[in-house]
Write a protein that binds this ligand. Structure first.
Ligand code: PLP
Length: 376
């Protein structure tokens, strides 16, 4: 049972339309960080996310979080409350702004920001320092966080929320698309995400004014003048018209990609849930996950490692769940509010290959390797 080629965790999956949009960019010479594909991709995303969304497409999800923090006025001396269980790109832009992250652990039902710890942290910071400037909550692995609870705490203390939806395009919370559920949303189109432009991201705002501000900051902050006039520091963060062409093609197949990833999850669950030391994260009522990555949790670090290494032996890529930010060397001096949940997930959890282009044979091989693990 050997495969000829490596099985990846999550690899790009092109549809039929991408090439046409890219060719158009070439034949019309719109090879620039502006053009019809940029506007077209933004229109597609605005349609998908709903009426009151105003989207600017940027060079990455990380750049989008960076711009989001600027739109919210986060700067030196400010604290930002950030989900600890996430990829470092959720938190790094806080540092770019000279601000300070404060990390919040997870709850067990969605693995995302614990509303309880969030409120404890807010009260603590108000008492001991000052009110945090923003909250960054993450729909990790595509599972929506507890949106109503987080939003109502944010509202109570009048703190704005950045919704890191980098892993959750195609997920829904009570029929509302993720990415447009808080003050500012962030998407990523990196190569491993549910749809990709090779690299790219988007900022989802509630007003045309904020969208225009985001575009202004992302295109070097040029004031309105015939020469180059600047009264603000700008960034070179706009998406290329070539890459936006890939995005337009990918939007045509987004629903298929979500369906395929959900089928992967269901297949793994059917084949593996009979082992009582493996478990799967279920969707709470009203939650719809795009199942970007299928994750399993095991009974111990040893079981997890044994499964991971047996897959690696067959050239199958799997990966431990995200290492929480409060455990990362670079953030070791940051304040955190923890309950052990994300640390436990990190120690015992594993992401399985989850691409929408996995074949039935590949899925069978993966489950076969796991099912034959002596620790199960
Ligand atoms: C991928 C990702 C990002 C960053 O997006 P890039 O487009 O890779 O910069 C941010 N947050 C989370 C949770 C991610 O998974």
């Amino acid at each position: 049972m050997l495969t000829k080629t490596k099985i990846y965790l999550s690899s790009p999956h092109m549809g039929e339309g991408e090439q046409k949009f890219v060719n158009e960019a070439f034949s019309t010479n719109w090879v620039a960080p502006l053009g019809p594909n940029v506007n077209g991709f933004e229109d597609d995303l605005e349609q998908y996310l709903g009426n009151d969304s105003h989207v600017s497409v940027l060079s990455s999800g990380t750049a989008s979080i960076h711009i989001a923090l600027q739109l919210l006025g986060v700067s030196k001396g400010d604290e930002v409350l950030c989900q600890s269980f996430t990829f470092s790109a959720s938190a790094n832009p806080i540092i770019y702004q000279g601000a300070t992250p404060v990390f919040i652990d997870s709850e067990p039902e969605t693995w995302n920001m614990s509303p309880e710890l969030l409120e404890i942290a807010i009260k603590d910071r108000i008492e001991k320092y000052k009110k945090p400037k923003a909250i960054i909550a993450v729909h990790l692995y595509g599972m929506p966080y507890k949106v109503d609870e987080i939003n109502s705490i944010a509202k109570k203390y009048e703190i704005l929320v950045i919704e890191d939806s980098a892993e959750a395009l195609g997920s829904f919370y009570y029929n509302q698309p993720c990415g447009n559920l808080s003050d500012i949303g962030v998407l990523s189109f990196n190569g491993n995400k549910i749809i990709t432009t090779s690299g790219g991201g988007a900022l989802v705002t509630k007003s045309l004014d904020l969208k225009n501000k985001a575009i202004f900051l992302s295109t070097q902050a040029r004031d309105n003048a015939p020469h180059y006039e600047h009264s603000k520091i700008g960034f070179n963060y706009r998406m290329s018209n070539v890459l936006a062409g890939i995005g337009r093609g990918q939007m045509e197949v987004l629903n298929d990609r979500v369906e395929a990833r959900r089928q992967n999850f269901n297949f793994y669950k059917e084949e593996l849930s009979k082992f009582n030391n493996l478990s799967f994260l279920e969707e709470p009522k009203g939650y719809f996950s795009n199942r970007w990555l299928t994750c399993i949790t095991t009974d111990s670090f040893e079981t997890r490692e044994s499964i991971r290494l047996s897959l690696q032996n067959k050239d199958i890529e799997s990966r431990p769940l995200w290492k929480p930010m409060h455990m990362q060397p670079i953030f070791k001096d940051c304040l955190s509010f923890t309950n052990g949940i994300s640390e436990n997930l990190f120690n015992k959890g594993l992401c399985l290959p989850s691409g929408s282009n996995l074949t039935k044979e590949e899925l069978n091989l993966i489950t076969h390797v796991i099912a034959n693990n002596p620790k199960l």
